[in-house]
Structures are given as structure tokens and as C-alpha cells.
Design a protein around this ligand. Structure first.
Ligand code: SF4
Ligand code: SF4
Ligand code: SF4
Ligand code: FES
Length: 949
């Protein structure tokens, strides 16, 4: 349990090889050059009063409270803006300083409400603290002068309130928005006494550019900007460090608690992935955990047309195990399987694959990473030898050229995007390859050097043409290639990409990207210093997803951009634990640590530990499970934390497969789309209710901690254990730490990992073993994990999903900041205020041609199905391309996507679907059926609750 007050050293730490020694109140202190006197004093234990300074922000020097005396210097300089110097002699406390500081405080307090006892910040208000510190006893000016006490509150944001009557105009909020978040939504308007904080052009926060990250709220030293939850509930009495359960950035938070109730989530300054920053989801969107839609009692039913029956855990587990055993006895050992999820902890995922392999006796286990980053695992393993990104996030601060391919960091990975934007504002160059004009292309103080606006589905053509320029213009890092790579494979690749057919000019008609831009971008990446590539699902979710990952690795190796800080190949993982769920062996062909099930030595290792013989043949992938179900061979499925009926492509195909099965067990928080087809519902636990670990996009393993007891009585790992025991395969873990110990015993890249070690170091980036006892921030430093880096020929093969006169547009999909994937969590929060429905983005030209205006209902038809969404007419998309998010089930985005998939991994080709768009006036037939089915299933659920009363 942690203290809820963090120490603030006043100004940011400085890195310098030069150390400076000075004297503060007679005590010698040595700090890096560039450190402020204020910070040096704090490190020496001298507390100088301050208001406008904060450790996360560059000093501003406006409040004049931190004045000090420095021998030989005139006047009283502000310690926050004064850098240290060798031999400097600083006095922080004396009579003169005390009087000046009291005078400053008198001015502040004369224009401040005197409602401390009823103020939400009471007890943690820095203004209140400083009044005490400087010994304020009276306000000589009185309170009757001109003031701001009648200023109206801005309550437009659902999560925080702005009460300008309490503002001391310290500008910490403005600097937090500029420096930490990079949105530049706030400003101090007017001068002198008229100065006030304004959002955008003095509009309500909700009408401004504000993205509700909360950085300004955290920075505010008074109650001017306060969380609504804090205003409503009062202050926390204890806090615990845990990890956000949304995206692959893996931000660390202090959950501030009153008993078992979360008062607020405060980003952890010591968090290695987020350094005290957050986004609207992790900081504010946790209301789903206590939403009334949560199901907290186990449910069973024999058929999906029957009402649910609320039962005891014993009965539910007994029924589920009985059904799975019956199905295996009737249809064979391989007729059942399990799907785990990147929402789950490492320990939970590990247990599900263990249950399937050891308890079910087959390898029919898969994970939702199948549908997002499986090509990353495959492509990076083939080329570099390890299925993971090569850097930590902080590495971006050393990058000179940042290449973003098929990713939208400001929406998908917002905290990392803020760090990336900081580096870009410092002068790093930016190349964006994306069919859409994502925000990063042009955002305050940032403008991409090149936006390669390619046609969806032509990634490989683009990467080959970039490589062509590198190879034919003499930009290969010959020394790196000779020393670090397999030269034979390099020669083959070089000869391939050098072919005229791969030139930017030859590829221009395919990619739609002007050849001159491709040439210039390739030169910049190859010669501009440290080149770092960041990519997302716009790379992987294609029929050539794995090819493109290899193409990226080829390009990075050829230019020597691997194996040190500031460079690398960095997959931006979508969900919180995509990396972990892959690491934990949840693919059907691999044990934990990416070792093939056919490897006899590895299999024996697991057989010895698990005490049963294991299958040496890979099991079914998710799409194969659906096919086998429709063929009548696959009849039972255990799904933990994944909603395949909403997230997988070609919804009608998925739901037909689900309907054909005899027992579907869903372990989740809500009656999600898959649960509507289930026979057993096992109520799962939210990330606040369990212990475990998540592994973020940097391979960083962080702790998730129980801040409240599981609402259903069991954490998810316990439920899997109950099911395993009922199936006849014994599991006896007393705590998830024991599961991690087993993982460490069996997985060479995890041998040094334990809960105790993570607690000690804060987090650990794997590999963590005898060679790397504190983990590995940068991979492939002296040699690639596979030895020599392997180049692979990446021939461009167009997708079979072609446009024609019937389907002339290409639909591509993505996420938005405020919602999260299938939306099961964020839709149950106030985040709906930002995004209450999925819309179809369509270029004005295409809209005009079809008579579609902004806000019209549009029917979108593909070869797989049809749905209806409202139009957003925008030139963010290029002509011929339409785009939508997929956060609401009734949108049916995946009714339209097809069964096309990556050749190597079956990752669905979500990013390319040929469609037609037409103006319509009513929902699609699928949507009508969806609504009827949803109403029916909700009724059947209500029946269970009523019957239980
Ligand atoms: S809102 Fe808070 S942080 Fe911003 S200027 Fe006012 S007191 Fe300072
Ligand atoms: S919440 Fe974030 S984006 Fe909004 S004004 Fe505050 S710092 Fe800026
Ligand atoms: S950036 Fe990702 S991990 Fe961080 S708070 Fe937002 S959703 Fe959570
Ligand atoms: S803290 Fe230094 S001037 Fe405000």
C-alpha cells in the first residue's frame, strides 16, 4: 500500500555528464549541470516554498514564492528558473525571504475563496500548504477589492470541473497541456489582473481541442481543476499501484481508494512507460467496473433460446466441465478448445493454454492476438529471431527520423504519442505512411515531412519501393550488414528490391504515392541519423501482413537502424496484454516463449512439469475452429475475456459457427455479443479485482494489483483453476505469483522474472535472465537473437479483395481515442460523450457522386454483408477510400469485413474490404435481426435475475 502524497522535486531532472557542487543552507550538494536550484535544494532536503513549479514541467518563474538569496547575486532570484553553478552559495530561509514570501501569499489569498473546509482540495491544496509554510497570518489588503470570486464554473467535461474562482494563474495547466500532452488546448488570456485560463478561444472545455487526458488536472496546485469523482467522494485514504487495462502502452497508475471504492486514478510519476502521464481512458474511463450491466453470478442454460438460470459456482463449473467431457466422449478429444485474450493477465492466459493443452489434451487454443499482431510475431521471428518490438518507449527521445506506418498513435496509443510529439517538437523528422490524414500529420507545432498517402492494401509495394531507393542510391549501411546480417540473404533481397519493377516510379500506379516523395522519404530515413519505425494494425491486418513486417525489418537492417537506442522496429500493440498473451503460449502451435509444440525437448520439459503427455501437432486457430464447427467437428469452446462475435471478421460466419456448437462457455464481465450464443456464463473480474501482470508493447512486465475484491467472488485465474480441477486436471495455485514462478521455470526469456523482482524494479522488460538480470530495454544490441539478421524477399502480391463496378470503394477500419476496441468497457462510461456511434468517413467527392451529405444514413455493402452507418463527409480519407471505427456492436463493421487473411498467420484483412456506399433510410436486414436477437437475449438474462429473487 502506498502513500497518496508523492514528493515533487519542483523541476524536471537533467541528464549531464558534468556534475556541479553547490552549497545550500551550508550543506554541499552535487547534481547534474542544468539542474535548478529549487530541485537541488529539494534533493538536499531543503524545502523551498513553490507554487508555479512542478517536477513534470519546465520552470516558468511566475509566482515568485521560491525566491532565494545567492551569494554574489543581486536581488532575490527565483530558484526554479535559476540553474545551479559550481561553488554557488544559496540561502533558502531567512527573515527577508520569509517576509517577501508572505507578501506574495497575501496577494494570492486576497483573491481566493476562503472555503477551505468545504473545498475538494482541502488537505492536498498546495496554496493552503504554502500559506502554512510561509506563516501567513493576515491579509493586509482585506478581501473587498477587485477579485475573480464570482467567475462561473465550467462543468462541461464529464470527468473534471474548472472553477476559475480558485485559479491563481500559475499556468501549470497550460504547460501540462503543452509539454506533457502536446495538445495546446489551454492559454492564459489577457494581461495582469485580467489574466485567466481559457480553453481554446475561451470556450467550454468540451468544445475545445481538449482530449481530456487529465494532465492539467493533475498539475493544478489548487482545486481549480478537480476530478468530479474527488469532488463527489472526498479524498482517498490509501492508494495502490496498478497498470491500465486498456492499451499496449501499459501506463502505471496509483488507484486512490476509500476502502474498496476508487476515488480517482492518478498516473504514476515513477511509471516506466508513462512517466506520470495518462489518457482519458486509463485515467477516467473505469466506471464500467462497477456498471450495473456487470454480471456477478454464474449462469447456465441448455439452449440459447432458453432463459438463463442463476446457479452456484459449483453447479456452473460442474455443468461446464460435464458438457466439455460429454462432447469429447461423443465427438473426440479435438472437438473442444479455448480462446484466451489480450485483456487477461499473463497468469490467466498461461492457465487457459495450460488447461487446453494439459486438461483438454489438445492444442486447440488461440488468442485475439490472432486478429491483430500475429504477423508481428511471425515476421520479426523470421528476420530478427524474436517475436517482439526492439526498443523501450523512451528510445523515441533519441530518434532523429520517426516513421509511423499504419498506426494512429494519438488515438490508439495516446501517452506514447505525447512522448513522440515531444521528440518531434524538439526537431526530429516525421514520415507517416497511412491512407488517412491521421492527426499526427499536422498537429500543433508538428508537421510531417512526408505523408505517404498510400492506397489500402499496398504496404508491401511501398516498403519495396523505399528499399529500392536505399539499395540503388548507395544508402545501405554496408558495415552493419556485413557485420550483423546474413550476407547471402541480403544479396538475394538486394537483387530483388533493386529490380526496376520495385522502383517508386513503377510502384506509383499501385500505391498512389508520388515517386518523388517515396525517394525523398527513403533518403531521409536512411541518412537522417537514428531512424525508428513504429507500426500498427495498418501493417498487420492485411493478406500480406507478415510480408510487410518482414519488409520493415529488412529496411531497418539494411540501414543499420537496429540494436541501439533511438532506432528499431516497434509494433504498437493494440490491447494491454497483446505482447503477453503471445509470450504465454496462447497460439496453437507454440508453448510459452514461442517454442513450437513439435519440438520434442521443449514438449518433454512441459510434460515433466505438467505431468501429462502433450500433443506434438499444432491445434486449431480461431478461423479453423469456426470452419470445424460448421463442419460439425468442433462442438465446445471456452472463451475468456474475448468477444469473437463482435471483433472477428465476417460476423455472420462467426455467429453461424457459434450457433452450431453444443457448449459455449464465456467468462467475461458483461453479456457481450459472444455470450448471447453461450450456454455457460462465468462472471469474470475487472483489472481492479485481481493480481497478476501485463506485458506492454515494450516487452515491459508490470504488476496489476487487487484494489478491490472480485465482485463475483473469484478472480479469473481461480475460475480457470476450478474448471481444470472439475475436468480432472489438478491445478493448485494459491496465488498468481506461483503461476509466474512456473512460467519463469519453463521459459528461458523469463527465468529472472518473479512478482518480488517486479516489485523491486517497478517493471521488467524481458528477456530477464542470468545474462540480463534487470531486463532488456533494447534488443539485438551486439547480435540478433537469431545470430545473423535474415533478409527475406518480400514480393508484392495484391490482395484478392478487388474493387469493381459493384464494390468500387475500399473500406478500412481503425480506432478512436475515447472508445476502446469492441467498446464493452468504454461504452459503459461517459466516454460516449465524445463518440456515441461509429460513423462512415467518406471523401466529399465520393459523397457528392452518391448524393450523400454529412449525417445521412449510408448503406455499406461488401461481398460478406451489409450494414448502415451515418456518414461523416471529410477529406481525411482519400477519394475511393471509406473508413469506420468498430466500437459499437450494432454498427456491424465486421458484418462487412471478409474472410481474407494473412497468408502466414490468418490475421484477418480488416484493412481492405471492397464496398459500395449508398444513401438509405433504414437499418440493414442484419441490423434488424441483430436488434431482435439482442432484445431476446436481454429478456432471457432478465429472466435469470427475476427468477433468482
Ligand atoms: S487552473 Fe490551476 S494550474 Fe491552471 S493556472 Fe489556475 S491554478 Fe494554475
Ligand atoms: S485535459 Fe489534457 S488536453 Fe484537456 S486541457 Fe487538460 S491537459 Fe489539455
Ligand atoms: S495510453 Fe493506453 S495504457 Fe495509457 S492510460 Fe491511455 S489507454 Fe491506458
Ligand atoms: S515556484 Fe518558482 S517562481 Fe513559482
Amino acid at each position: 500500500m502506498q502513500s497518496i502524497v508523492e514528493q515533487d522535486l519542483g523541476t524536471p531532472a537533467r541528464q549531464s555528464a558534468t556534475l556541479v557542487t553547490l552549497s545550500i543552507d551550508g550543506q554541499a550538494v552535487t547534481v547534474p549541470a542544468g539542474t535548478s536550484v529549487l530541485r537541488a535544494a529539494a534533493l538536499a532536503g531543503s524545502k523551498i516554498p513553490k507554487l508555479c513549479a512542478a517536477e513534470q514541467l519546465e520552470a516558468f518563474g511566475s509566482c515568485r514564492l521560491c525566491l532565494v538569496q545567492i551569494a554574489g547575486m543581486k536581488g532575490l532570484p527565483a530558484s526554479c528558473t535559476t540553474p545551479v553553478a559550481d561553488g554557488m552559495q544559496v540561502t533558502t530561509q531567512n527573515q527577508q525571504l520569509a517576509e517577501v514570501r508572505r507578501g506574495v501569499m497575501e496577494l494570492y489569498i486576497s483573491d481566493h475563496p476562503l472555503d477551505c473546509l468545504t473545498c475538494p482540495a482541502n488537505g492536498h491544496c498546495e496554496l493552503q500548504d504554502m500559506a502554512g509554510v510561509v506563516g501567513l497570518r493576515e491579509v493586509r489588503y482585506g478581501y473587498a477589492g477587485a477579485n475573480h470570486l464570482a467567475a462561473a464554473k465550467d462543468t462541461s467535461n464529464p470527468y473534471f470541473t474548472f472553477d476559475p474562482a480558485k485559479c491563481i494563474v500559475c499556468s501549470r495547466c497550460v504547460r501540462a497541456c503543452d509539454e506533457q500532452q502536446g495538445t495546446f488546448a489551454l492559454t492564459i488570456q489577457n494581461r495582469g489582473f485580467e489574466s485567466t485560463v481559457a480553453a481554446s478561444q475561451n470556450v467550454a472545455f468540451m468544445d475545445s481541442e481538449c482530449v481530456s487526458c487529465g494532465a492539467c488536472v493533475q498539475a493544478c496546485p489548487t482545486a481549480t481543476l478537480s476530478e468530479n469523482s474527488l469532488i463527489e467522494k472526498g479524498q482517498a485514504e490509501h492508494s495502490l499501484i496498478t497498470t491500465c487495462a486498456y492499451c499496449g502502452v501499459g501506463c502505471s497508475f496509483r488507484a486512490e481508494m476509500q476502502g474498496e471504492e476508487v476515488v480517482r486514478m492518478v498516473p504514476n510519476k515513477d511509471g516506466h512507460a508513462n512517466h506520470g502521464h495518462s489518457c482519458v481512458k486509463g485515467r477516467f474511463a473505469i466506471g464500467y467496473a462497477s456498471h450495473p450491466d456487470r454480471i456477478t453470478k454464474p449462469l447456465i442454460r441448455a439452449k440459447i433460446s432458453e432463459p438463463w438460470r442463476e446457479v452456484s459456482w459449483e453447479e456452473a463449473i460442474g455443468y461446464a466441465a460435464g458438457e466439455l467431457k460429454r462432447i469429447q466422449a461423443t465427438y473426440g478429444r479435438d472437438s473442444i478448445g479455448g480462446i484466451t485474450s489480450s485483456r487477461c493477465t499473463n497468469e490467466e492466459t498461461y492457465l487457459v493454454q495450460k488447461l487446453v493443452r494439459a486438461g483438454f489434451g489438445n492444442n486447440n487454443v488461440d488468442t485475439c492476438a490472432r486478429v491483430c499482431h500475429s504477423p508481428t510475431g511471425y515476421g520479426l521471428k523470421q528476420t530478427l529471431g524474436e517475436s517482439a518490438g526492439t526498443q523501450n518507449f523512451d528510445s523515441v527521445m533519441q530518434a532523429d527520423v520517426i516513421v509511423v506506418i499504419g498506426a494512429n498513435p494519438t488515438d490508439g496509443h495516446p501517452v506514447f504519442a505525447s512522448q513522440m510529439k515531444r521528440r518531434l517538437r524538439q526537431g526530429a523528422h516525421l514520415i507517416v505512411a497511412d491512407p488517412r490524414t491521421i492527426d499526427l500529420v499536422r498537429t500543433p507545432h508538428i508537421s510531417a515531412d512526408y505523408h505517404l498517402k498510400l492506397k489500402p492494401g499496398t504496404n508491401v509495394a511501398l516498403i519495396n519501393s523505399l528499399a529500392h531507393v536505399v539499395v540503388t542510391e548507395g544508402l545501405v549501411h554496408e558495415e552493419f550488414v556485413r557485420a550483423r546480417c546474413d550476407v547471402e540473404s541480403f544479396a538475394q533481397w538486394r537483387d530483388f528490391v533493386a529490380q526496376p519493377a520495385n522502383s517508386p516510379e513503377a510502384m506509383q500506379p499501385i500505391t498512389g504515392v508520388p515517386s518523388l516523395s517515396v525517394r525523398a522519404a527513403a533518403r531521409l530515413y536512411a541518412t537522417g541519423g537514428n531512424g525508428a519505425i513504429y507500426y500498427g494494425l495498418g501493417v498487420t491486418e492485411h493478406s500480406q501482413g507478415s510480408t510487410m513486417v518482414m519488409g520493415i525489418a529488412n529496411l531497418a537492417m539494411a540501414t543499420g537502424n537496429l540494436g541501439r537506442e533511438g532506432v528499431g522496429v516497434n509494433p504498437l500493440r493494440g490491447q494491454n496484454n497483446v505482447q503477453g498473451s503471445c509470450d504465454m503460449g496462447s497460439f496453437p502451435h507454440e508453448f510459452p516463449g514461442y517454442r513450437h509444440v513439435s519440438n520434442d525437448a521443449v514438449r518433454r520439459l512441459f510434460e515433466d512439469e505438467w505431468g501429462v503427455p502433450l500433443q506434438g501437432e499444432p491445434g486449431l486457430r480461431i478461423p479453423n475452429m469456426f470452419e470445424a464447427a460448421l463442419d460439425g467437428e468442433f462442438k465446445g469452446l471456452y472463451i475468456e475475456g474475448e468477444d469473437i462475435a463482435q471483433s472477428d471478421p465476417n460476423t455472420q460466419h462467426v455467429t453461424a459457427a457459434l450457433e452450431s456448437m453444443e457448449c459455449i462457455i464465456v467468462q467475461d464481465l458483461f453479456l457481450n455479443e459472444s455470450a448471447k450464443f453461450a450456454h455457460v456464463f462465468l462472471p469474470g473480474s475487472s483489472f481492479l479485482e485481481k493480481d497478476g501482470t501485463f506485458t506492454n508493447a515494450e516487452r515491459r512486465i508490470s504488476r496489476v494489483r487487487t484494489v478491490m475484491q472480485p465482485k463475483s467472488g473469484y478472480a479469473d485465474w481461480q475460475i480457470t483453476q476450478l474448471l481444470a480441477n472439475a475436468m480432472g486436471y489438478p491445478m493448485q495455485y494459491a496465488h498468481p505469483a506461483e503461476i509466474m514462478d512456473e512460467i519463469a521455470r519453463l521459459t528461458p526469456t523469463f527465468t529472472g522474472v518473479s512478482f518480488a523482482r517486479i516489485d523491486e524494479l517497478g517493471s521488467i522488460q524481458w528477456p530477464c535472465n542470468a545474462q540480463h538480470p534487470e531486463g532488456t530495454p533494447t534488443m539485438h544490441v551486439d547480435a540478433f537473437v537469431r545470430g545473423k539478421g535474415r533478409f527475406l524477399v518480400t514480393e508484392y502480391v495484391p490482395t484478392s479483395e478487388r474493387i469493381n463496378s459493384q464494390f468500387p470503394l475500399i473500406l478500412t477500419t481503425g480506432r478512436i481515442l475515447s472508445q476502446y476496441n469492441v467498446g464493452a468497457q468504454t461504452r459503459r462510461t461517459e466516454n460516449n460523450r465524445w463518440h456515441a456511434e461509429d460513423r462512415l468517413e467518406i471523401h466529399p467527392h465520393d459523397a457528392d457522386e452518391r448524393g450523400i451529405a454529412d449525417g445521412d444514413w449510408v448503406g455499406i455493402a461488401s461481398r460478406a454483408g451489409e450494414t448502415v452507418l451515418r456518414a461523416r463527409v471529410t477529406d481525411r480519407v482519400q477519394p475511393g477510400v471509406v473508413y469506420t471505427t468498430f466500437h459499437f456492436p450494432e454498427s456491424g463493421a465486421n458484418v462487412i469485413t471478409t474472410d481474407n487473411s494473412d497468408w502466414a498467420t490468418n490475421c484477418p484483412e480488416y484493412k481492405v474490404t471492397a464496398v459500395q456506399a449508398t444513401r438509405v433510410s433504414q437499418p440493414s436486414e442484419w441490423q434488424k435481426r441483430f436488434r431482435e436477437f439482442t432484445e431476446l437475449q436481454e429478456d432471457l438474462l432478465k429472466h435469470a435475475a427475476v427468477a433468482a429473487k
